[in-house]
Design a protein around this ligand. Structure first.
Ligand code: FAD
Length: 328
């Protein structure tokens, strides 16, 4: 049998202000399962400021963490990250590299793949190993109508995976592993200069426990105020279908669905949303789904735990009143 040229699974550990993004723990969970069937180690690379939580990556399943500490890593500069990740990949030669399909991951992973002249499958929803030990990258295609199974001929085999697709690796504070500092590569003439970072949303919708989402049943952008009021009373945030994002009723940060955010809240209230497959792709795993729609045959009712056939302009004010009265 010929010796493998590439071995191991590398997970990119995204961080902000030194705190690891939870998608990393999901990737480590899946990475461990794949590694066990391949009998190879799981590596993680974390680039960030001093005092990053690198041990957490060991507790969550990495066998070795490579970390680089520089203030420059606090800027989401894909070119800087790319240089450092490519250098590590060329050094340790993993057979698989996994990135979270976050805004940053989606921008970074193709640059790394381009530099290494290898393939990349974006937005995977499942990963498996075939009988030849190759990675099968599974993702919805053609508006979610088929699940494409993709194999990459070149190494490393690279994929981005949607946030909240896999469960997080359980934390084992006793777990041992190796932590290796890497010499960070800094760019003398960065091609990207961050002038200002804008806070795009008051809260990350993917993390919210309650989402009150509006669709084309709303008559104007102003009517989102009603949804915002209900969301605030329930300690949640506002979501939207693509139809109203395209109408400019609300910004795309709020979009839920196949080409928007994936959410898994405890409660999802769909107001005037028909329930197209592309919308369901982003919210069907909510613990409790309440749908308000005038059309009793709207597909959203097929997955709703509670269906209210009615006009949202009557039902939502009633709900707001009821909650206010209970609070009083
Ligand atoms: P509609 O389908 O028009 O539904 C409006 C609903 O409101 C109807 O069911 C109607 O009965 C109800 N209604 C009307 N008036 C009232 C009222 N007064 N009170 C109560 N109910 C009322 N869509 C997404 O949402 N997210 C995505 O990420 C996404 N990605 C896509 C990706 C691709 C590649 C494609 C092709 C499409 C994508 N779509 C996505 C679009 C999707 O197919 C639907 O067009 C969209 O979800 C419809 O939005 P909607 O339910 O708000 O509008």
């Amino acid at each position: 049998m010929t010796e493998k040229t590439h071995r191991g699974i590398l997970v990119f550990a995204e961080q902000k202000d030194g705190r690891i993004h939870k998608v990393t723990y999901e990737l480590l969970n899946k990475g461990r399962t794949l590694a066990e069937s391949l009998e190879v180690p799981v590596y993680a690379i974390a680039l960030g400021p001093k005092n990053m939580e690198v041990e957490e990556l060991i507790y969550r399943g990495a066998d070795e963490v490579f970390y680089g500490e520089e203030d420059a890593f606090n800027q989401p500069d894909e070119l800087l990250y790319k240089e450092n990740i490519v250098a590590l990949i060329n050094r340790i030669k993993p057979e698989i590299c996994l990135f979270g399909a976050t805004t940053f991951g989606r921008s970074l992973a193709p640059r790394v793949a381009g530099s290494l002249e290898t393939g990349l499958t974006a937005d995977c929803t499942e990963l498996k190993i075939d009988e030849d030990g190759k990675l099968i990258q599974i993702r919805p295609a053609f508006s979610d109508n088929i699940l494409a199974h993709i194999k990459t001929k070149t190494y490393p085999q690279m994929a981005t995976i949607r946030y909240k697709e896999f469960s997080e690796a359980k934390r084992d504070g006793q777990r041992q592993g190796k932590i290796t500092k890497i010499e960070a590569i800094l760019l003398e003439n960065p091609a990207v200069r961050i002038l200002k970072q804008l806070q795009s949303n008051e809260i990350d919708i993917s993390e919210a426990e309650v989402v009150v989402a509006g669709g084309r049943g709303l008559k104007s952008s102003e009517d989102f105020h009603m949804l915002k009021e209900l969301a605030a009373l329930l300690g949640g945030v506002v979501g939207a279908s693509r139809a109203v994002v395209e109408e400019d009723y609300i910004s795309s940060d709020h979009q839920v669905g196949y080409s928007g955010n994936r959410v898994k809240p405890k409660l999802y209230i769909a107001c005037g949303i028909s329930g197209a497959p592309q919308h369901l792709a982003g919210m069907r795993e909510a613990e409790n789904i309440v749908a308000i729609n005038t059309d009793p045959s709207a597909p959203i009712f097929n997955i709703a735990d509670v269906g209210i056939v009615g006009d949202l302009y009557e039902v939502i004010p009633m709900l707001i009143n009821k909650i206010n009265n209970q609070k009083a």
